[in-house]
Write a protein that binds this ligand. Sequence first.
Ligand code: SAM
Length: 253
Amino acid sequence: MKTLLLIGIGAGDPEHLTVQAINALNRASVFFVLDKGQTTDDLVRLRLEICERYIREPGYRVVQVSDPQRDSTTLSYIQGVEDWHEQRADLFTRLIEHEMADGECAAFLLWGEPGLYDSTLRILERVRANGCSPFDYEVIPGISSVQALAARHRVPLNGIGQPIRITTGRRLVADDLDNVVVMLDAHCAFQAFVQENLDIYWGAYIGTADELLIAGKLEDVCEQIKQVREAARQRKGWIMDTYLLRRREEKSH
Ligand SMILES: C[S@@+](CC[C@H](N)C(=O)[O-])C[C@H]1O[C@@H](n2cnc3c(N)ncnc32)[C@H](O)[C@@H]1O
């Protein structure tokens, strides 16, 4: 039986790796690295650095392949994601069928936590359903950018006894702004809510040498975040940012 390890590698700091992740790295003999194109070379480099740093025995193989890109021009978002998952499923099937021997263990190094806004688990289910030869897989949890954000700002994610919501920029709505973490936001969705009496804890490239952190009343720091974000995106060619919005408690006098 072939075995795939889906290893959460944390949000950018090689020291985010857990002991369990390091042990898993040392079980694999082949690593599948998906390359999303030149702009995100840094993300590939970090994965290779992690291998060099934590794998004790040399001789492992790295198979670097270009990751199909989602077609954002498709009219329906769901259809765009569906097509993209199918292309990725074909790619994963080829990797499993042609780049692994029977009994071999291979790993995907997944950003942050494999269970949070990551399609790999869904795609592996699709690969199985499409009739790929049998394989087993394990998930090794990682430090997500959400945890890294909270730690770097030294804030708890939830208010006392309160729930916490994690959503995307496109799903951020006015009636649920109490404790909300926003990911995958290319358009600064927070700017629509400057009148709402919110605090924001924002971070980009968290855990890396380029880390940026800004916190404060949303109405005070909104423009600053937009400017810093855009300058960084232009400088590096890509950006990953996450933020927590929390309704400000009015002090009673
Ligand atoms: C496809 S999701 C992957 C999330 C990942 N599985 C996790 O647990 O953090 C990518 C989004 O995660 C967030 N993200 C990932 N790494 C980040 C980092 N180092 N700093 C800030 N945000 C990050 C951003 O919102 C980005 O758009």
